[in-house]
Design a protein around this ligand. Structure first.
Ligand code: SF4
Length: 363
């Protein structure tokens, strides 16, 4: 196991960060923006991994997973009306995936005001150039050209993200390969803070490490990466007939135009779905039947739908066992627990920055 230590990067033999001695379990934190119901790409790329971490009896991670409603505001500030309803849907999807409030702290970012306080304080020492260089800053501005993203909030979202992570003194952030840069920036923000401010000569904000999680290639119905912005998703909450209908319209190997044409599952998005969800036996039938034109795409898609439905059934049953009110209640309780933990860090941060009443009284 490459994990397990609470200690952070210690350049130049500096002392280890201040940690509360009562929580020896490695702490893990991650979150998602509430932009709508979650899809299979979200499930396979993040949620399924979070559930594994939550249930890892060897590592016994102290898990914090949250809904990043303030982050949703950075792009949806002009019309925030969908953020609250989406928050409830995402919470239901979290629970449906198997996240368990008895084992994991599930919370709402905006209910833990300390995130905003730490973001403001970190913003004081974060150089502007670091934020302008973030690849997704330009990329998202171009992709979401219908929205004016030349805002202070949008430029500053990596600082808020750093605050989200650092306020829990998280040891690990589970991310896919493509998001490693975000954690690296958080590490830099922490390092810079620690250079300026110490508490009794010790660092306050440990640098989190990346916990690389598998994120299989999951195509959407149009063959591109499954993504809400492409409108090609299969939702975790899609009923079986919808799943089957969506698969029927899914693109296939472009070389296979007629039923008699031979195809290649390695060049087909449906083949990619099989690789993630089907058994080795089905996979063997797909390779054999596709390459020999022994099966038709309709039949092959039916098998893929069977495999998807098998995965989705228990998820949807769990979703149906929670009411919306229960989901909100769990979010409330989790937010209170998170706030207690966040405040512990903020006490250290304020002290280290000499931003307390005591330091004013001493002045
Ligand atoms: S048979 Fe299956 S894998 Fe082959 S092209 Fe059709 S849908 Fe794709």
């Amino acid at each position: 196991m490459p994990l397990g230590s609470h200690s952070s990067h210690q350049p130049g033999g500096q002392q280890s960060p201040v940690k509360d001695a009562g929580t020896p379990r490695p702490r893990v934190l991650s979150g998602m923006r509430p932009t709508g119901k979650l899809h299979l790409g979200n499930y396979m790329g993040a949620l399924a991994n979070w559930v594994k971490l939550q249930n890892d009896e060897v590592a016994q991670y102290d898990c914090y997973f949250f809904i990043a409603d303030w982050h949703a505001l950075t792009t949806d500030y002009a019309d925030p009306s969908q953020i609250a309803p989406n928050t409830v849907e995402v919470m239901l999807d979290y629970l449906a995936a198997g996240l368990d409030p008895a084992k994991t702290v599930l919370f709402l970012q905006s209910r833990v005001r300390q995130h905003a306080e730490l973001a403001l304080l970190l913003g004081m020492s974060t150089p502007l150039g670091w934020l302008e260089r973030v690849p997704s800053y330009k990329e998202m501005q171009e992709n979401l050209s219908s929205k004016d993203l030349t805002t202070y909030g949008f430029l500053g979202y990596p600082v808020l993200m750093a605050a989200d992570i650092l306020i829990y003194q998280a040891d690990f952030v589970p991310v896919g390969q493509d998001q490693q840069a975000h954690v690296e920036l958080t590490r830099e923000v922490a390092r810079r803070f620690n250079q300026f401010y110490k508490l009794g000569g010790r660092e306050v904000l440990p640098e989190p490490k990346v916990l690389l999680t598998p994120s299989p290639k999951l195509p959407g119905t149009d063959g591109r990466k499954m993504s809400k912005s492409y409108g090609n998703t299969i939702l975790m909450s899609d009923p079986e007939p919808v799943v089957r209908q969506k698969l029927k319209t899914m693109v296939t190997d472009p070389a296979r135009i007629r039923r008699t044409d031979k195809g290649d599952p390695d060049k087909c998005p449906v083949g990619d779905l099989h690789k993630v969800f089907s058994t080795p036996e089905t996979m063997a039938k797909v390779y054999e039947g596709c390459r020999s034109a022994g099966i038709g795409c309709i039949e092959c898609k039916g098998w893929a739908a069977d495999a998807l439905v098998q995965v989705l059934n228990p998820i949807q049953q769990r979703r149906a066992s929670f009411t919306r009110d229960q989901a909100k209640e769990i979010l409330n309780e989790g937010s209170c627990r998170a706030a207690v933990r966040a405040e512990q860090t903020m006490i250290q941060v304020r002290e280290a920055m000499q931003m307390t009443l005591t330091t004013v009284a001493r002045a």
